[in-house]
Design a protein around this ligand. Structure first.
Ligand SMILES: NC(=O)c1ccc[n+]([C@@H]2O[C@H](COP(=O)([O-])OP(=O)(O)OC[C@H]3O[C@@H](n4cnc5c(N)ncnc54)[C@H](OP(=O)(O)O)[C@@H]3O)[C@@H](O)[C@H]2O)c1
Length: 265
């Protein structure tokens, strides 16, 4: 199946690491022109050096700041002369804690990074997407939206909000031909898991490497396919949704989790 993403103009938020980085590289490999943002200029530079093709745009931005989102969106729209695909990927757990240890600031940060950023990027790019011949929004949520656990309830709640927003926008934007879908990954080893390993290693008096191995194998044991995901495991479905092969798919949620949820319908 040929995805035909050549020359599509794609924006990926939170592109410096993990799933966002894998998405930026995969879209560029498929011939798309990619714009990405993150806070770390070093990571964006390293991404830029690895990205195939010409004309990409990697811009430092903090998605907690409205003006950074507006600057990124404005620059992308102007330099690309439009946009075809918006991937709202940026997200972070923030404080790894249960409800009793989370204060208003933790909830506010989770809201700004995970949900309000999606609102703001969508608001900024929708007028631009409306001019595309095949516009698409893909929101990277989480299985934590439908299966919240005891830890990080703030993140689970924001991801549930993002998934609901995605579904609502699919209705609002259908008349404009903008398809809006959600992709919900399960456990994918990334920087947030490194941070979890670091914190747990300190608490347990173990090395970070030993704790990372413990967490990786413990988590893999809960996954029917017996391994944690890699960022690259998420790229296939996102590129498919961005392509013309998905032209009759909107308002849907796609779970990529090695079989953790196994919801039959
Ligand atoms: N990994 C998993 O197990 C998992 C599971 C389900 C869903 N997800 C979702 O998948 C998405 C990607 O997760 P990931 O694990 O790949 O993340 P990651 O490796 O931690 O990367 C997150 C990216 O977002 C950027 N970012 C974080 N805060 C930002 C901010 N305030 N402003 C701008 N950029 C910011 C980071 O760069 P800087 O720090 O340089 O800004 C980084 O490039 C997230 O929405 C996450 O919730 C992940």
């Amino acid at each position: 199946m040929k995805l035909s993403l050549e020359n599509r103009k794609v924006a990926v938020t939170g592109a410096g690491d993990g799933i966002g980085r894998a998405l930026a590289l995969a879209f560029a490999d498929a011939g798309a022109r990619v714009a990405g943002c993150a806070r770390s200029t070093d990571r964006l530079e390293s991404l830029s050096n690895e990205t195939q093709g010409e004309g990409h745009l990697f811009i430092p931005a903090d998605v907690k700041r409205k003006e950074d989102i507006e600057r990124f969106s404005g620059q992308v729209a102007e330099e690309f002369g439009g946009l075809d695909v918006l991937v709202n990927n940026v997200g972070a757990i923030g404080k790894l804690a249960t409800f009793d240890a989370l204060d208003d600031a933790d909830w506010q940060e989770a809201f700004e990074v995970n949900l309000l950023s999606t609102v703001r990027f969508s608001r900024a790019f929708i007028p631009v997407l409306k001019k595309s011949t095949a516009p698409v929004i893909i929101n990277i949520s989480s299985i934590a939206a439908s299966r919240p656990g005891e830890v990080f309830p703030h993140y689970c709640a924001m991801k549930a909000g993002m998934s609901a927003l995605s579904s609502s926008l699919a209705t609002t934007l259908a008349g404009d031909g903008i398809r809006v879908n959600t992709v919900s990954p399960g456990p994918v080893w990334s920087r947030s898991w490194d941070m979890e390993a670091r914190q747990a290693a300190q608490a347990a008096g173990k090395t970070e490497a030993a704790m990372a191995d413990e967490i990786r194998s413990g988590t893999a044991a809960t996954v029917p396919l017996k391994r944690m995901g890699l960022p690259e495991d998420v790229t296939g479905i996102v590129l498919f949704l961005a392509s013309g092969h998905a032209s009759w798919i909107t308002g849907a949620n796609f779970v990529v989790d090695g079989g953790v949820l196994r919801q039959p319908y």
